[in-house]
Design a protein around this ligand. Structure first.
Ligand code: SF4
Length: 371
């Protein structure tokens, strides 16, 4: 069966990088003059030549976002289930070579976390775990989702990639949404960041979107880790991936996440820095390419930055996040995956959103209306 891996064999990493560098102001103006843009236009918008058009891009992105989503911001919260991991990703604090305390929540502890989170008002929860099948496999996720399914209106999963049958099994107990990030689409350099474990299999990870689509999961999240490889080239691959999946699995909804590398226990330093203006340029380019896509910005970004870009393209924010298993009910900050940047409470984020004239959405209405 044809997958995105087959689809991208016709592209070359270096050629895409050169195409982006060669885009001119004329290409950017041409892209901005169109109602619907294609991948060549997207390359122009995120190119160095596009930097001078940030104001126009931001205005267009704001209008498109308001037309499709209204003045709303959806809030979600990650629930870290386990920090066991059998992979060696050199940029991550959960990497199995890092000598940190490991923990997997029991169902009793999941209940405690759930009670602490419910008090904060959330109805959309993202279950996160390191990738260690022996500690947290499909049976464990099934048990957790089964417990949570009548307590949250949307349950998302960000754990190890699974087989299509496993996704289908979890969908039956209430899984609505799966996020799997490719980290980098550069097949040649991917192994140098992913030294060991299942995640070192580039192709298996890349084809996860196809397996999620085949399992008829309602929504999926894509993205790359900004800071590993050239962010512009990786973002073009992400856009190609999005467009391929939308064409192939047309019933599925999509989210783009734009995580920038944060300091972690691993001590890894980013190779390709994307600054604040460039990140906004990228957000706006995704919005102009795809007015329907959900754009998610996490607490990796600073308070000031998130406040400033709220109206310019994003549609979902995490708030009050804790990245350690058990950290909502019993915080100790020793087991964190990475240091968060915006450490405001949910109440403070809600107030900021309301002060900007936007409404907070606690529930994913798409999910409520799904068949
Ligand atoms: S990024 Fe994910 S898979 Fe890699 S070490 Fe961290 S938790 Fe494990």
């Amino acid at each position: 069966m044809k997958t995105f891996y087959n689809e991208i064999q016709k592209y070359s990493w270096d050629e895409i990088g050169n195409d982006i560098s060669n885009k001119t102001s004329k290409d950017v103006e041409n892209a901005l003059s169109k109602e619907h843009i294609n991948i060549e236009d997207f390359k122009a918008l995120i190119s160095p030549a596009g930097k001078g058009y940030l104001e126009q891009m931001a205005q267009r992105s704001k209008i498109l976002t308001e037309q499709r989503f209204g003045k709303t911001m959806q809030l979600f919260l990650p629930l870290y289930l386990s920090n066991y991991c059998s992979n060696v990703c050199i940029y991550c604090g959960f990497n199995c070579k890092n000598n940190i305390q490991r923990k997997k929540l029991s169902i009793k502890e999941v209940k405690e976390e759930c009670e602490a989170i419910k008090k904060l008002g959330y109805k959309h929860i993202l279950l996160v775990a390191g990738e260690a099948k022996v500690h947290a496999g499909v049976e464990y996720y099934e048990e957790v989702i089964n417990y949570l399914q009548d307590k949250f209106s949307q349950i998302a999963l960000e754990v190890q990639p699974l087989d299509a049958e496993e996704y289908a099994r979890l969908q039956k107990v209430g899984l609505n949404y799966v996020c799997v990030y490719q980290e980098t689409y550069n097949e040649k350099t991917y192994p140098k960041y992913h030294l060991k474990g299942r995640k070192s299999d580039y192709r298996y990870r890349l084809e996860t979107g196809d397996r999620i689509g085949q399992a008829n999961i309602h929504k999926m999240g894509l993205g790359c880790l900004l800071g590993l490889e050239d962010w512009r080239t990786d973002s073009v691959y992400t856009a190609l991936h999005l467009k391929y999946l939308e064409r192939t699995y047309w019933k599925t909804k999509f989210t783009i996440a734009l995580p920038r590398l944060r300091p972690s226990e691993s001590g890894f330093q980013p190779n390709s820095i994307i600054n604040d203006k460039e990140l906004l340029q990228l957000i706006c380019a995704y919005r102009i390419l795809d007015p329907e896509v959900d754009i998610s910005i996490s607490t990796r970004e600073s308070q000031e930055y998130r406040d400033n870009i709220l109206k310019l393209g994003p549609t979902s924010y995490s708030a009050g996040s804790c990245t350690e298993p058990g950290g909502y009910a019993h915080p100790n900050h020793e087991l964190e995956q990475f240091a968060i940047n915006d450490s405001r409470s949910p109440e403070e984020v809600v107030e900021m959103i309301k002060n900007q004239g936007y409404e907070v959405v606690w529930k994913d209405w798409d999910s409520a209306m799904q068949e």
